[in-house]
Design a protein around this ligand. Structure first.
Ligand code: AMP
Length: 449
């Protein structure tokens, strides 16, 4: 009885599933090496301006207690109500990824006793923010903001200088932008205005969408942000906040505008600009660019204003403050539209090698060049000289230092001019010296041109 075993059915053993590739979370992106030069340009412009205006960097945690944003940004805002990445840790802490940084910076000012420093304290930050919004062009779930905050100062000149700074950064980058500005007064004058606004829209309640009816109850100022054509039409007849401002806020606002006039920053008065966050008082502004995209919130490159009430809301002493934040993702995308690209970082010399002994000497020669401040490149894992020369050309090297078996024995190196193809043999100990001489010579030549 030698029964053959039945042939295995293919389905008998579950086929091992090939692991699926993993994408980044929806609405989040990788900033790839090819994108870094333009990002660096944007980041550097922010840093330069911040330091020129006397700001110092602060870094706060990416996660904070959820209560910070509920109190600081406001419970009724879209950011807190709908867009926060909140979670509870195994230790029972209720934390959130930061959706913005002003509340965090004010928290840091209070918890580090910065009110004992000479006032105002001028701080800047740069980092990722997180909002669980519907992703679309110019709106991501992780995006980068650069921001400046002036804490401990109530003067209108500060508001104006902050708006000016946001304009200067964009101008330095070659991005034309305009400021839209408004004043939303003190909480008291705003409350009076809210009442007037609510009675106006109540009389037209039937024409409002369900969402806007909710806004009317919870956060009526948000109706002014509505993109619904019916509301936009009603808005034209609605009471304007500027007519409800208290005398102090009105005078403050006039001074802000005078200072902006003085420094020639282009701005438009926008009576409907209220900003989404609860903490603002008096001045609010946004900075817009004439984007190639259809007009909309996405073309706002940044926003800011005064927030005199925030310190108290967060448990600190009453402390006036103002600030702004720029959205780097949108700035970079506008720079791309305008073809603003930094020059590619070049290299001066490529170190090529042939054979194991040549590779060893080349490895050491590269170190010497690098230490001497020469921009050097290499491809030590490649063997063929042809491949290495191709890479040298791709990297834009002006010269190649070539070390092969023969050169090792002779204690020499070849220096090849990559443009003309001419070669010279130099003493191996003089490679750095010879290359530096050539670099200095090339510099003088371009200067004389
Ligand atoms: P906000 O304080 O919310 O007005 O944000 C300031 C700036 O950050 C905006 O003008 C945008 O440039 C940028 N920004 C805000 N939310 C996003 C987002 N979800 N994706 C990309 N950029 C954003």
């Amino acid at each position: 009885m030698n029964k053959k075993p039945a042939p295995k059915k293919e389905s008998a053993a579950p086929a091992k599933k090939a692991p699926q590739p993993i994408s980044p979370p929806r609405g989040m992106r990788d900033v790839l090496p090819a994108d870094q030069p333009v990002w660096d340009l944007a980041r550097q412009a922010c840093r330069n301006v911040a330091s020129a205006y006397g700001f110092e960097r602060i870094e706060t945690p990416v996660v904070e207690e959820t209560a910070l944003f509920i109190r600081g940004v406001g419970k009724q805002t879209d950011i807190v109500e709908k867009e926060m990445y909140s979670f509870e840790t195994s230790g029972g802490e209720k934390l959130s990824l930061r959706p913005e940084s002003t509340a965090s910076v004010m928290r840091a000012y209070i918890s580090n006793g910065m009110l004992n420093l000479p006032q105002p304290v001028k701080l800047w930050y740069l980092g990722p923010m997180f909002r669980h919004d519907r992703p679309q062009h110019g709106r991501y779930r992780q995006f980068f903001q650069f921001g400046c905050e002036v804490i401990g100062d109530e003067d209108a000149v500060t508001d104006a200088q902050l708006a000016l700074m946001s304009h200067v950064i964009l101008k330095d980058l070659g991005v034309e932008a305009t400021i839209r500005i408004n004043s939303i007064g003190t909480p008291e004058s705003r409350a009076n205005y809210k009442n007037a606004l609510v009675s106006y829209f109540r009389s037209k309640r039937a024409k409002l969408s369900e969402d806007d009816k909710k806004r009317l109850l919870k956060n009526p100022l948000r109706l002014l942000d509505s993109k619904d054509p019916a509301v936009m039409e009603m808005k034209a007849e609605a009471p304007q906040i500027i007519d409800w401002l208290d005398e102090d806020s009105k005078a403050h606002f006039m001074r802000v505008l005078e200072y902006l006039d003085e420094v020639g920053v282009p701005y438009q008065l926008d009576p409907y600009l209220v900003r989404g966050l609860d903490y603002y008082t008096k001045t609010v502004f946004e900075i817009f660019t004439a984007s190639d995209e259809p007009e909309g919130a996405q073309s706002a490159l940044g926003g800011g204003g005064r927030y005199d009430g925030l310190a108290e809301i967060l448990g600190g002493r009453p402390t006036s403050a103002a600030g702004f934040a720029l959205g780097l993702d949108r700035i970079v995308s506008r720079m791309r539209e305008l073809k603003i690209e930094p020059p590619a970082p070049g290299v001066d010399v490529f170190v090529a090698q042939l054979g194991e002994q040549g590779r060893k000497k080349a490895l050491a020669a590269f170190e010497e060049l690098r230490k001497a401040g020469v921009r050097a490149a290499e491809a030590f894992s490649k063997n063929a000289i042809k491949t290495q020369m191709e890479i040298a050309n791709r990297r834009g090297a002006k010269w190649a230092v070539v070390i092969g078996q023969k050169e090792v024995l002779d204690g020499t190196a070849i220096i090849r001019d990559m443009d003309s193809g001419t070669q010279e043999i130099v003493d191996a100990r003089k490679v750095v010296h010879e290359i530096k001489k050539k670099l200095d010579h090339a510099e003088v030549k371009t200067e004389n041109h």
